[in-house]
Write a protein that binds this ligand. Structure first.
Ligand code: ADP
Ligand code: ADP
Length: 231
């Protein structure tokens, strides 16, 4: 399980004429890391949102194990595709509660196991949402790298076959990014990973890279340009 196929996927935001994504096709299998990169505005986040079904493609289709994701229930989609996002953490409660979020049936043993694999075990009882109020946002009691490892532990516990990583290294300094890499590798192992990043330094050697370019003109304009001139 976990085979993803984009088949000629296009998407135009309702209030726009220029597509955010046009005619994109690729497949990804379990064990694959497919890197989606490209300049700002190229459609990287749009691709992630389509895969998570926040929006439906305007054209083409996205398949999960051969089934159009339009035809999959929300519950099944969430079991199969996990988005790794630091901001996705619920900030009340301990790191342990955050790791188990959405997994009420998880045993303490399973939670601890995921936390260990993610290198998040040392701070399992701390409060990721807690700030030193005299310092505000900058006074967070856990670092960005620690928060990212909590997010990785949560994703490990969810154990979905498909992972969407949206800029997993953004905002982390080099040393912290290095510390996050190993847990991230453990998480990606055996899964289908769609890695969205503008930073190609931390990409595994075996990854395939898809470079998106911003779609320059509306389809209508493009088609007009492509009409053969008859003489
Ligand atoms: P919209 O999404 O409503 O088309 P944009 O800001 O994307 O708004 O584009 C405004 C207009 O400029 C559109 O008609 C679009 O087709 C055109 N356009 C956008 N990019 C380019 C470009 N690189 N070269 C020529 N025309 C462009
Ligand atoms: P990237 O993640 O590569 O920076 P995006 O997917 O955010 O690119 O954006 C692709 C295109 O879609 C850009 O032209 C952007 O302005 C446009 N876009 C993104 N989000 C919206 C939105 N909510 N409404 C309208 N246009 C959007």
């Amino acid at each position: 399980a976990g085979r993803i196929a984009f088949e000629r996927v296009g998407f135009t935001y309702p209030n726009r004429t220029r597509p955010a994504l046009a005619d994109l096709s690729f497949t990804a299998e379990p064990g694959d890391v497919v890197v989606i990169t490209g300049p700002s505005g190229a459609g990287k986040s749009t691709l992630a949102k389509l895969l998570l079904r926040f929006y439906e493609p305007t054209s083409g289709r996205i398949l999960l194990d051969g089934t159009d994701i339009r035809d999959i229930t929300g519950a099944s989609l969430r079991e199969n595709i996990t988005l790794l996002q630091q901001e996705g953490l619920v900030f009340s409660g301990t790191a342990r509660e955050n790791i188990a979020y959405g997994r009420p049936g998880a045993t303490l043993e399973e939670i601890v196991e995921a936390a260990k694999l993610a290198d998040a075990h040392d701070f399992i009882n701390r409060l990721p949402g807690k700030y030193d109020t005299t310092l505000g946002q900058r006074g967070r009691l856990l670092s960005g790298g620690q928060l990212q490892r909590i997010a990785i532990a949560r994703a490990l516990l969810r154990d979905a076959p498909v992972l969407v990583l949206d800029e997993p290294m953004t905002g982390l300094d080099a040393a912290t990014a290095a510390r996050v890499m190993e847990p991230l590798r453990r998480l990606m192992a055996g899964r289908t990973t769609i890695l969205i990043t503008h930073d190609l330094r931390h990409v595994p050697d075996t990854a395939r890279t898809i470079v998106l370019e911003p779609v320059r003109r509306s389809n209508r304009i493009k088609l007009r340009h492509m009409t053969p001139v008859m003489s």
